[in-house]
Design a protein around this ligand. Structure first.
Ligand code: MG
Length: 251
């Protein structure tokens, strides 16, 4: 239903003359920062471990709720292209999240078609609905600033571009403050997020305009606790991998 509603909204936006390009921001360019060396960050004692390197028991295929079918090998999970987005079986409010990812060495493609995935901080539907923190190969790969890695997609460019080369592990450390709504569905507190990428701040208590939209202007719709979702984008470049995914709930 949600997907259909969003598709209908996108169609309406296009009929109104809105285009994807309308919400791309190309300047100013995001400054490149060379991060320090990567070190894996295993979960602290009170974390909810979402992926421990062994199995995807915490994850389901979003479109039908079946077990996630991405590939697990050598302590790493890799997108199995075409199997669809996956999301956590549990739902969350506000949290601290750690996640590591790797763009494959030798990746091809350019712009948004180069290592595109994404972390939906709260999943709001069976497609790409939710609040997307972009994952992309932005190492010497220019795209619109509010669509490169570290962006809140189509809303906020990152403060810096601390991308490592393809083939190297990278990390996100995220503080997510979920939005709140009153009984009538009116927004009482917008969502906010702080993100460190490879130890460098890329979002500093950024207050979101609403869930991510590819076309048009975002606006909030009421929701409660929600799963966290990873994107199987469908771009033709090689699939990306993840490891050390854990979360601490914040009340
Ligand atoms: Mg994406």
């Amino acid at each position: 239903m949600k997907t259909l509603a969003l598709a209908a909204a996108a169609l309406l936006a296009m009929q109104n003359g809105a285009k994807p390009e309308d919400t791309e921001v190309w300047t100013p360019e995001v400054p490149v920062v060379t991060p320090g060396p990567h070190a894996p960050v295993p979960p602290p004692s009170d974390a909810i471990v979402l992926f421990d390197g062994r199995d995807l028991s915490q994850w389901a295929t979003v479109k039908d709720g079946s077990p996630a079918r991405w590939t697990v090998a050598d302590g790493v999970v890799t997108v199995a292209k075409g199997t669809g987005n996956i999301q956590t079986r549990r739902s969350f409010g506000s949290y601290q999240l750690h996640l590591e990812w790797r763009i494959p060495a030798g990746i091809t493609g350019e712009g948004q078609a180069r290592g595109n995935s994404g972390l939906f901080l709260a999943s709001l539907g069976k497609g790409d609905e939710g609040y997307e923190l972009q994952i992309l190969d932005s190492y010497r790969n220019r795209t619109y600033a509010n669509g490169q890695v570290g962006s809140i997609y189509k809303q906020f460019s990152p403060l810096a571009n601390p991308s490592r080369k393809p083939g190297e592990w990278q990390s996100y450390d995220i503080l997510w403050t979920a939005p709140t709504f009153d009984a009538s569905g009116t927004l009482t507190r917008p969502a906010a997020v702080t993100v460190l990428m490879n130890g460098v701040v890329v979002q500093d208590h950024t207050v979101l305009k609403g869930p991510t939209l590819y076309i048009g202007q975002p606006k909030y719709t009421p929701h409660g606790r929600a799963p966290i979702k990873l994107q199987d984008h469908g771009d033709p470049s090689a699939p990306i991998s993840f490891r050390n995914i854990w979360l601490r709930e914040l009340s």
